[in-house]
Design a protein around this ligand. Structure first.
Ligand code: PLP
Length: 392
């Protein structure tokens, strides 16, 4: 009997909740109007968009729904925050960010550098933590924006966002955070964290792909990067993706209600899984900060194994996991996050990200535990590599 495949890659994408699918479907049927039309079809679509805006605002503690602008996802939100902040002020300016950001931030910074913007990339410590002192030291008189992610997508390390927010406020610099992995998993309050701009994405919180939002604090001005018909208060043109936005609103509503409980459950499942793996398999290291990370994220270094080979082996056995960031997969480049953390080469090569989330069960974990020790042994025997953490 073949068993259902087990999905353990929730940091790459998440299954759509049935309530979210229902909300999406409502606007694929008779409620198909353009939210910018004045007639009843338009008003019906507008109501759905505005309701979604309220749920998104509530999820992150925004003072007003107006501060939420819907986008095509995390990548667009990150691009917009940085490009929009630079373009809004005369002169080229300077950005402070970290070396472990998602490519949506890093590649944008690199492109901005070509047009004369200067960027300081801060390396984290070995656990993936960015130092507030280093951010403070990097801020210059011409710094426009500091962009530090709320939590890292590969190792899950949660950054000292409140401290960085307070620092940026004190120094009069805009603060953007990529909260694509944190939203819906950690409790977020943009006001106590003094965040000016925050990126979120639908498909990481059990909504559809290709939809997300950028929070823009009232009073903060950034230029639009998509211009046209003036939708979204003239900040992000293009007819709104009503079905996906309605679904995102529903996902935010559910996340707000269930996040504290669900996160606790998922963290305890992750811890059980990790403890068992470390007990049953020799020479495994935990990458990241075990005491300060996203609830479902486990990034493990199987010393002496090749992560990609292990991933393929597990896929053949019916388990979906990942190495590094799935958004830039297809490349076998070693993870820029683990390298920036200064991990030894063999821990980077043998790393595997197992990420749990809504729908993950104890049975999934038990099934993985049955298969993983043999898979690791097998992969280690194919291409033996150094098995001490200091091996090069
Ligand atoms: C931290 C982070 N930022 C941004 C993104 C990009 O989001 P999207 O896939 O919605 O464009 C991702 C996707 O993995 C992510 O993990």
């Amino acid at each position: 009997m073949t068993r259902d495949p087990v999905y353990m890659d929730h940091n790459a994408s998440t299954p759509v909740r049935p309530e979210v699918a229902e909300a999406i479907n409502r606007h694929l049927g008779p409620a198909f109007g353009n939210p910018n039309s004045i007639h009843r079809f338009g008003r019906q679509a507008r109501a759905a968009v505005e309701e979604a805006r309220e749920h998104a605002a509530s999820l992150i503690g925004a003072a007003s729904p107006e501060e939420i602008i819907f986008t095509s996802g995390g990548t667009e939100s990150d691009n917009w925050a940085l490009r929009g902040a630079i373009s809004a002020v005369e002169g080229r300016g300077h950005i402070v960010t970290s070396a472990i950001e998602h490519p949506a931030v890093l590649d944008t910074c690199q492109l901005l550098e070509k047009s004369g913007v200067e960027v300081t990339y801060i390396n984290p410590d070995q656990k993936g933590l960015v130092s507030v002192g280093e951010v403070a030291a990097a801020i210059r008189p011409d710094t426009r924006i500091v962009s530090i992610m709320w939590a890292n997508n590969e190792v899950g390390t949660v950054q000292p966002i409140e401290k960085i927010g307070a620092l940026c406020r004190e120094r009069g610099v805009l603060f953007h955070t990529d909260a694509v992995q944190a939203a819906g998993k950690l409790s977020i309050d943009v006001n106590s964290a003094r965040v000016d701009l925050l990126s979120a994405s639908g498909h990481k919180i059990n909504a559809a792909k290709g939809v997300g939002f950028l929070y823009i604090r009232n009073g903060v001005h950034i230029d639009p990067i998509i211009t046209g018909g003036g939708q979204e208060r003239n900040l992000r043109s293009g007819t709104e993706n009503v079905p996906s936005i309605a679904g995102l609103g529903e996902a935010c509503r559910i996340a707000k209600k269930e996040q504290p409980f669900e996160s606790r459950e998922i963290a305890s499942l992750r811890d059980k899984m990790e403890n068992e793996i470390c007990e049953r398999i020799p020479d495994v290291v935990i990458n990241g900060d075990p005491g300060n990370r996203l609830p479902g994220t486990s990034n493990l270094g199987f010393l002496g194994a090749e992560g990609e080979t292990l991933l393929i082996r597990l896929d053949l056995e019916g388990f979906a996991v990942s190495t590094g960031s799935a958004c830039s997969s297809g490349s076998t480049e070693p993870s820029h996050v683990l390298l920036a953390m200064g991990l030894p080469k063999n821990a980077v090569q043998g790393s595997l990200r197992i990420s749990l989330g809504w729908g993950s069960t104890e049975d999934d974990v038990n099934r993985l535990l049955e298969v993983l020790p043999k898979a690791v042994e097998r992969v280690r025997s194919i291409a033996p590599r150094a098995r001490t953490a200091s091996g090069s």
